[in-house]
Structures are given as C-alpha cells and as structure tokens.
Write a protein that binds this ligand. Structure first.
Ligand code: NAD
Ligand code: MG
Length: 392
C-alpha cells in the first residue's frame, strides 16, 4: 500500500525536497494535500505533477489566482480542491486520506496545523522545529496519547534517532549535536556589524530557506535544535553538547554509558533525512552518494564560540527557564530575523533584541496552548516595538 502524504509547506526548501523523494518513489508514496503561501506558480506546477486532492494557499486572492492558473491546464490538476487561510492549512493537516503529514511550514505558523494533525492521529515527519520549541511538552504529550510517531526530519535529530535505534534509552549518556558553524565561523568579531543579509544567506554546506539560513548564521538554529532534541528524546539540557563540525558530514552523535560514541554520517543533503522519516523503518535510495572519506581526508571538530554567537546561550537559558520562555525566544527571533532580512536592523541586533525581549518576559510555567499563543503574540509585539525604537 502506498503511503499517502500531506505536505505542509511544499513550496519551501524541505517541501521541494520531499516532493523530489516522492517523485523518485511513485510506487511507495502519493500526495493527497499540498500547501504553499505566496508562490502560486510553483504550487501550480506541483499540483500538475502530483495531482493532490487538496491544495492550500495563504489568502482568497492567492486561491483565485491558483484556480485561474489551473483552469488552463488539462486534468488532473483542475480536480484539486483549493482552500486558503489558517482554516485551510488545518484542513490539509487533517486530510482524511493522509497517513503521514510532512510539517515543513517555516516558523510559528507551523504549530497549529501540526498539533491538529497529531490530534487526528496522523504520524508526523517533523521539519518545523519551531513547533517543539514553542509547545514541546504539549506536542509530545499529545503524540504519546494518540500513539503518533514524530519522525524527525531535521538532519541532526534524524541522526540522533538513527544512533539511538537498537540501543536502550537508559544507556544514553550524552547527545553530541553537530553544527556547521554557519558562514561566519571564522569571521572576526569586529566586523559582525557589517554583515549583510546577502552575506548571511550563503550557507557553506546546506541550501535552505531564508529564515533557517539566518538562524544558522547566528547559531540560533542550533539553540532551537537543542530544545527540539530535549523534547524529541526526553533528555535534559546538561545531556546535550553542541560540537562545531564545519564539514557537515557527521550529522550528530550519541555517547553511551560504556563510552561508545555512535555517529550518523552522510553527504549534506536533506533528502536523506526526509526519506528516512518517510520510509522508516526501511531505507530507500534517493540518489545520494556515499561519503568519499579519502577525498575529504579529515573531519574537524571544535567548541562553539559563545562570545561571537550569543544566541546559543540565549536559547539554553530559555530552555532552563522553561514554560513560555522558549516560545518567547522563538517569536522574538522570528521578528528580529525578519527585520534583519528587510535591512532594518544589524546582524548583531538579532541576539540583542531577543535578549531584551526575554528580559522583559516573566515566564509562565506549564502553559496551555492559549497561554503559548498569548506569549507568542506578546513577544512579537514587544520585539517589534524594540525594532521601531532602534530605527527611531
Ligand atoms: P522555506 O522558507 O524554504 O519554506 C517555508 C514553507 O512554508 C513554504 O512552503 C511557504 O509557502 C510556507 N509558509 C511560509 N509562511 C507561511 C505561513 N505564514 N503560513 C503557511 N505557510 C507558510 O523554509 P525551509 O527551509 O523549507 O524550512 C521549513 C521548516 O523546516 C523550518 O521550520 C526549518 O527550521 C525546518 N528545517 C529546514 C531545513 C532545511 O534544510 N531547509 C533543515 C532542517 C529543518
Ligand atoms: Mg538541523
């Protein structure tokens, strides 16, 4: 039987890679729902190729444009139901025929559809780490209650998941979460203020969406991933160590009680982790080469520089505070990154804005989903007002 997928965020970097995997294995996978946002043209082409039953865009104007665009093509694309807005994204997540939901919307917008899919008992291939950063306790509890598998798509978490498989959970000693270090690993601190969005968007080893590329440049991505790993694997902050590994060949490692360290390696291509989440527990060929170790010659590792990359400490502190603090960290980061991408604030303002927002927040312990959404909104408004003040 084919696995039927709903892909939330199909027009993004993860979504496009997921569809490539589907395209390579039409005998294994079919697509029942696709969602985009503003990129109508790409979504239309995806609909023409994969003929989902449903497609979702951001608003009514986008839906009308998509319908027009599809009207001129022959079947089967014009049989697709077109929905829009937040309700539409939830409907895609709840699609009655979907066996697995690929959660690949970027940012906080991914939370509610992912939670809806879990409540409906759908397995999740999770790329949207923000879901776990914002509401990890609620999400994992609900997944457990519903018997839902959360299969990590984030390459590090996929690696950890693979390293843990076949081992006893109580033998885990430490997670060694690797990070490429981003484009500014060796850049001098004094010149950080002159970093432009164009500089920051060029990642040395991975090709990703804009927001996560900036997060990788500030190392906030690794901070978010520490929190993601805490929830996915039920480990404490002290059991996760971040290791800089510029080659991005070791996708992460797990150390066990007996001192053994198991690493998962591969070429840096997200199709590997996506395919593993979609085909688990099987492994399928998605055309990835085996690492040529002799050609690479050496793999290097170092400690992260917390002075140049304060975002990592901010994330660890938010994780330690718990409650609504990680949600506030995430929202402040989204607003600050957006302001940086628009050329409104400097690169070094990103962690500064997040820190100020966290300082002004009194975290609420054990929040329910309403309290989380309130904290998210509060943090967005607070950081936005700090941005206006900076421009002032
Ligand atoms: P992207 O920017 O390339 O794509 C984002 C997708 O989300 C697009 O399909 C877009 O249409 C949709 N979207 C954006 N805003 C939306 C909104 N408000 N409502 C509904 N849909 C919206 O991002 P990406 O790089 O593919 O990343 C997606 C997620 O996967 C992120 O959470 C990211 O952290 C995570 N992730 C990405 C990578 C990677 O290699 N790109 C690796 C690990 C994890
Ligand atoms: Mg990652």
């Amino acid at each position: 039987m084919k696995k039927r997928l709903a892909i939330l965020g199909s027009t993004g970097s993860i979504g496009r890679n997921a569809l490539e995997v589907v395209g390579m294995h039409p005998d294994r996978f079919s697509v029942v729902a696709l969602t985009g946002c503003m990129n109508i043209d790409l979504l239309a082409r995806q609909i023409e190729r994969f003929a989902p039953e449903m497609a979702v865009v951001r608003d009514a104007a986008g839906a009308a444009a998509l319908k027009d665009r599809l009207a001129v093509v022959p079947m089967p694309g014009n049989l697709t139901r077109i929905l829009y807005g937040k309700k539409g994204y939830i409907e895609a997540a709840l699609h009655p025929e979907a066996d697995i939901v690929v959660s690949a919307i970027v940012g906080a917008a991914g939370l509610m559809p992912t939670l809806a899919a879990i409540s409906a008992g759908k397995d999740i291939a999770l790329a949207n780490k923000e879901t776990l950063v914002m509401a990890g306790d609620i999400v994992m509890k609900r997944a457990k209650a519903k018997g839902v598998a959360i299969l990590p798509v984030d390459s590090e978490h996929s690696a950890i998941f693979q390293c843990l498989s076949g081992n006893r959970r109580q033998d885990l000693k430490r997670i060694l979460l690797t990070a490429s270090g981003g484009p500014f690993l060796t850049r001098n601190n004094a010149s950080f203020d002159s970093i432009t969005p164009a500089d920051a968007l060029v990642h040395p080893t991975w090709n990703m969406g804009e927001k996560i590329s900036i997060d990788s440049a500030t190392l906030m991505n690794k901070g978010l991933e520490v929190i993601e790993a805490m929830h996915l694997f039920g480990v404490g902050l002290s059991e996760i160590e971040v290791v800089i590994h510029p080659e991005s060949i070791v996708h992460s490692m797990v150390a066990f009680t007996d001192g053994a360290v198991i690493a998962q390696m591969g070429v840096p291509d997200m199709k590997g982790a996506i395919a593993y989440a979609l085909s688990f527990p099987e492994r399928i060929d998605v055309g990835l080469a085996i690492v040529d170790f002799a050609k690479i010659a050496s793999l290097t590792f170092e400690k992260p520089d917390l002075e140049r990359f304060p975002a990592l400490t901010l994330a660890r502190n938010a994780a330690r505070s718990g409650g609504t603090a990680p949600c506030v960290l995430n929202a402040a980061n989204e607003v600050a990154v957006d302001a940086f991408l628009r050329g409104v604030v400097s690169f070094t303002s990103i962690p500064a804005l997040i820190e100020k927002t966290l300082e002004a927040h009194n975290p609420l312990p054990a929040p329910d989903i309403d309290a989380i959404m309130d904290a998210d909104l509060w943090a967005r408004n607070h950081t936005a007002s700090l941005v206006r003040h900076l421009r002032g």
